[in-house]
Design a protein around this ligand. Structure first.
Ligand code: GLU
Length: 422
C-alpha cells in the first residue's frame, strides 16, 4: 500500500516503502502492525544560521529522522549534500532500522541530513555548520537515545566537532554520542575502513559461492568516496583487478587495472577524479554498463533504474550505497538469473557494525585492537549472510526481500510485544 499522505512522500521514500511491503506481505503482517512498523517515529527539522567568512549570515536547513526507537537507541549517519530532502533522509532512516535489526545490533534506525554543498564551504564554515547542527539536535540525541555517525559528505573531523559541541553542552567528555570519530577522540580502529571492508568481504564470499577466483575477477565501482575507495583497495589486495572507478565528475576505465594509490593521491590533490590520467574517461552511465565481474554502486540512491538494469553486464551487483536500485530495476534484475544481488542493508552493514563496536568501547572505556575489531566484524557478517541465504531459500524470494524479512520481522515483533502505551 503506497504511503503518500505524509510529509516524507518522495520517490526514494516510496522505494523504501515498496520494498517494505514486499517483505511484509511474505510475513503476512496485519495492517495495524504494518503501518506502525513502516512509519518513521519522529523527525526534527532545523534552520541553522551560520556566519560565513564574508561576515554574511546564511541559513541552512537540516533534518534528523528517527524511524525506529523500539529496539534500542536510534543509529545512523549524517549526510551533507546539496540535494538532501526530508523524504530521502526518512528512507535512509528506514533502511538503518532494517540494517541494524538484520545484523543483530541493539539499535533502532535514524538518519540526518543537511542541505549544503560542502565544496562551497571553507573549513571554518564547515566547522560552524557542523557545530550548529549538533547544537540544534542535541535535545533529541544522546548515547542512549540516538547516536549519529558519518555518511556522504561528512567525515571524522565533522564527527569530532559534533562530539565536542555535545560534550560542551553536557559539561563533560561524552564520546558515546557519535561514532566514526578520530582515534584520538575515542574512535575505533578499523571504523574508517569498515564499510568498504565489509562490502569487499561480501563480494569475496559470494564470488566463492559462485566459484569465481580473484584472478578472474574484474571490479567496477561507481563512487570513489570512503566506501568505494576502501572496497577497491580491499578487493585489489585480494587479487582482483579494479578496472573502473568514478565520482560525480565522471568515470575512468582501464581494462589493465587502475592504479588505486595514484587515483587516491590525485583525488586528494584535485578534489575529484576529473582529468585523472590513469585511464580512459567515460560517463557514469557508461561506467555502470561496463562488462565486469562485480559492479559496486557506492554513491547515492537510484542509479540502477529501469533504463539500465537490463543492460548491466556484471555477475555480482554489490550495493555499497544505500538504495541504489529502484523498484522497477529490482523487478528487471529478478528476471536476470545471470546477476546476483547483494542488497544494501546486508552489503554495507560493516560500517554500522563497527560503529556499534566504537560505541561499546566508549561506554566501557576499554579499547580493542584492530585484529579484535575485524575478527568480530567478520563473524557478524558471516552470520548475517548465512541467515539471509537461508531465508531466501525458505521463501523463494529475492535476496533483498529475504534481508528485509529478517530485519523487519524483528522490529515488528519487538513492537507487538511492547504493546501500545498507554
Ligand atoms: N551512514 C552509514 C550507513 O548508512 C553508517 C551509519 C553508522 O555507522 O551509524 O550505514
Amino acid at each position: 500500500m503506497a504511503l503518500t499522505n505524509t510529509i516524507y512522500n518522495s520517490p526514494v521514500f516510496q522505494q523504501a516503502c515498496n520494498q517494505f511491503d514486499l517483505a511484509a506481505d511474505i510475513l503476512g503482517m496485519d495492517a495495524g502492525l504494518r503501518e506502525r512498523t513502516k512509519r518513521p517515529r519522529r523527525c526534527v527539522v532545523v534552520s541553522m544560521p551560520v556566519r560565513m567568512d564574508s561576515g554574511k549570515v546564511e541559513i541552512f536547513e537540516g533534518y534528523r529522522v528517527q524511524h525506529n526507537l523500539s529496539t534500542g537507541p536510534a543509529k545512523g549517519g549524517i549526510r551533507f549534500h546539496h540535494e538532501v530532502t526530508l523524504g530521502e533522509v526518512a528512507a535512509l532512516a528506514m533502511w538503518m532500522s532494517w540494517k541494524c535489526s538484520l545484523v543483530g545490533l541493539p539499535y533502532g534506525g535514524a538518519k540526518g541530513g543537511v542541505v549544503v554543498n560542502t565544496r562551497e564551504l571553507s573549513q571554518n564554515e564547515l566547522e560552524r555548520l557542523s557545530r550548529r547542527y549538533m547544537q540544534e539536535i542535541t535535545p533529541f540525541i544522546g548515547p542512549n537515545v540516538d547516536i549519529p555517525a558519518p555518511d556522504v559528505g561528512t567525515n571524522e573531523q565533522v564527527m569530532a566537532w559534533m562530539m565536542d559541541t555535545y560534550s560542551n553542552h553536557k559539561g563533560h567528555y561524552d564520546p558515546g554520542v557519535i561514532t566514526g570519530k578520530p582515534i584520538a577522540l575515542g574512535g575505533s580502529l578499523g571504523r574508517r575502513e569498515a564499510t568498504g571492508e565489509g562490502v569487499a568481504w561480501f563480494v569475496k564470499a559470494y564470488l566463492e559461492d559462485l566459484g569465481i577466483p580473484p584472478e578472474k575477477t574484474t571490479v567496477v565501482i561507481q563512487g570513489f568516496g570512503n566506501v568505494g575507495s576502501e572496497a577497491a583497495l580491499a578487493l585489489y589486495q585480494w587479487g582482483a583487478e579494479v578496472i573502473g572507478i568514478s565520482d560525480f565528475t565522471g568515470g575512468i576505465l582501464n581494462r589493465k587495472g587502475i592504479d588505486l594509490k595514484a587515483a587516491l593521491a590525485y583525488v586528494a590533490q584535485h578534489k575529484s577524479l576529473q582529468g585523472f590520467p590513469g585511464g580512459e574517461p567515460v560517463s557514469n552511465e557508461q561506467l555502470l554498463e561496463t562488462e565486469c565481474t562485480v559492479l559496486i554502486p557506492a554513491a547515492l540512491e537510484r542509479v540502477i533504474t529501469e533504463d539500465n538494469a537490463g543492460k548491466l553486464k556484471c555477475r555480482l551487483l554489490a550495493e555499497g550505497a544505500n538504495g541504489p536500485t529502484t523498484n522497477e530495476a529490482d523487478r528487471i534484475l529478478a528476471e536476470r538469473s545471470d546477476i546476483e544481488l547483494i542488497p544494501d542493508v546486508l552489503c554495507n552493514s560493516g560500517g554500522v557494525i563497527v560503529s556499534y563496536f566504537e560505541w561499546l568501547q566508549n561506554l566501557q572505556n576499554y579499547y580493542w585492537t584492530k585484529g579484535e575489531v575485524f575478527d568480530k566484524l567478520y563473524r557478524m557478517l558471516a552470520k548475517a549472510k548465512a541467515s539471509v541465504d537461508e531465508t531466501q531459500k525458505k521463501y523463494q524470494c529475492s535476496r533483498r526481500t529475504a534481508a528485509l524479512v529478517l530485519g523487519i520481522s524483528r522490529v515488528a515483533e519487538a513492537k507487538a510485544k511492547r504493546g501500545l502505551f498507554p
